[in-house]
Design a protein around this ligand. Structure first.
Ligand code: NDP
Length: 459
């Protein structure tokens, strides 16, 4: 299990106001280390903007940004294939709607709890603000584990989950998408149940749909592709490209597979993929069709890749891809998977860039080490925003009943990733932290969110 979150006691913030605010946040959200960690990272970036723009230091503003507008927890009863009654817990945290309807994915993973959903919803709110698009932030999911479940079991679970969740959704209210454990299959079952209950073809209520029934070209690929496009922009600023670079990737799900695809397209030599059991190292470079066959078609484990690939690949059970010498690291699995120890190893091997495909995969200690060493570091709320940006493209097509060709969507995705990179880069520069994409992303998102909330009376 990933580790590396730090406790409240080990962190302090610049200035008594931010420090007090964080202490209160920890007191009011006990037992939620991931949420506290995500909030700390943002608060730690805000001192320069609060000083330069006193109108954004309005009492109560940051406190409200850190408090979800609504938190929904519900029972999800269903029956497995043997007729055994099961029950799981469902969540939807509607974090902030100042800039548009709540928007953010659903995660099905046994580790999910309210604190993790809140961290994801908080991150999502800032990410969505950073895109410059009209979307607020939310996140949800369940502690249900789809691994090893039949299609019929997943369908019954999704139907039960949507039977409760549907009353909170709507194309102008709250629009979920996928995340860990929720891909095209799950979105299909969820959408079918939403349509059945509401008797409405409201396609803009869920994104990540199949292309034949309201989905967008490239939505599936967008998070992974976008992460690599953001990475390419960071390298470009340093006069480099991905061509010929060694790349290590963690995970082998939606984000990892498409990050590998785009990195290979741009000439990189991708060495690894992983799942929660271990990783594969392929000296010849990852065989993408084989990886897709095992992970997407067969829903198998990553060790099978090494069994079938031949001598160039080996499986390392329980190992971490960060031990493999590389130029670029792409954490694409889950939160806190790249800790200070891993960062030290990456630095010893001369890593140049790290871009987060996953949400908050790098611990604060690791980020600190990477920044100190001058490594280009792209935080998830910027680097993986291509997924949600393409969800908005899907919503635009749904609203106009259009289907755009792949080239059009690809051009828009490239443009949005360039714009996000430029925003982070320029904002970091403007606030005296050149090259620091973390402060750039946090400040730019905060400025937009704060301005919107103040104009609307702080609601
Ligand atoms: P998938 O379910 O498709 O894949 C998740 C991958 O990560 C799997 O290989 C899984 O392995 C691995 N993984 C999950 N949990 C753990 C864990 N605790 N330890 C080690 N490995 C783990 O999810 P996605 O690819 O969609 O999501 C990956 C990350 O990207 C998440 O952080 C998500 O929040 C983020 N993200 C996703 C977006 C999207 O559009 N899908 C958008 C933006 C961010 P195993 O199968 O063994 O569990």
């Amino acid at each position: 299990m990933p580790s590396g979150t730090r406790t409240r006691a080990s962190r302090s913030l610049p200035g008594p106001r931010l420090d007090r605010l964080y202490t209160t946040l920890c007191r009011r959200n006990p037992g939620e280390p991931e949420f506290q960690q995500a909030a700390h990272e943002v608060l730690a970036s805000l001192a320069p903007v609060l000083e330069a723009r006193p109108e954004l230091a309005d009492p109560g503003l940051i406190e409200r940004i850190a408090e979800p507008e609504r938190q929904i927890i519900f029972r999800v009863p269903w029956q497995d294939d043997s007729g055994v009654p099961r029950v799981h817990r469902g969540f939807r945290v509607e974090f902030n709607s100042a800039l548009g309807p709540y928007k953010g994915g659903l995660r099905f993973h046994p580790s999910l709890n309210l604190g993790i959903v809140k961290f994801l919803g908080f991150e999502q709110t800032f990410k969505n603000a950073l895109t410059g698009l009209g979307i607020g932030g939310g996140k949800g999911g369940s502690d249900f584990d789809p691994h090893g479940r039949s299609d019929a079991e997943v369908m019954r679970f999704c139907q039960s989950f949507m039977t409760e969740l549907h009353r909170h959704l709507g194309e102008h209210t709250d629009i979920p998408a996928g995340d860990i454990g929720v891909g095209g299959r799950e979105i299909g079952y969820l959408f079918g149940q939403y349509r059945r209950i509401t008797n409405r073809w409201e396609s803009g209520t869920l994104t990540g749909k199949g292309r034949e029934w309201g989905g967008s070209e490239l939505r599936t690929q967008a998070t992974g592709y976008g992460t690599v496009l953001f990475l390419a922009e960071m390298l470009n600023v340093r006069g480099e490209s991905l061509d010929g670079q060694r790349v290590t990737v963690s995970g082998s799900g939606n984000v990892a597979i498409h990050a590998i695809e785009k990195a290979q397209e741009l000439g990189a030599h991708v060495l690894t993929a992983a799942d929660s059991g271990g990783y594969v190292l392929d000296e010849k470079g990852m065989d993408l069709p084989l990886l897709k066959q095992i992970k997407e078609v067969e829903r198998g484990r990553i060790r099978t890749y090494a069994d079938r690939r031949g001598t160039s690949a080996r499986y390392v059970p329980g190992g971490r891809v960060w031990d493999v010498p590389t130029d670029v690291a792409l954490p694409c699995a889950t939160q806190n998977e790249l800790d200070a120890e891993a960062a030290t190893t990456l630095l010893a091997h001369g890593v140049k860039a790290v871009a987060e495909g996953a949400n908050m995969p790098t611990t604060p200690g690791a980020v600190h080490l990477l920044h100190r060493a001058g490594v280009a570091f792209g935080p998830g709320k910027a680097a993986n925003a291509g997924g949600v940006a393409t969800s908005v493209l899907e919503m635009q097509q749904n609203a106009t009943r259009q289907t755009w060709p792949p080239e059009e969507t690809a051009a828009k995705l490239t443009a949005v990733m360039r714009r996000i990179h430029h925003t982070c880069y320029e904002t970091a520069d403007r606030f005296g932290t050149p090259g620091n994409y973390v402060t750039g992303a946090n400040i730019a998102a905060f400025e937009r969110l704060a301005t919107g909330m103040l104009a609307q009376g702080l609601v």
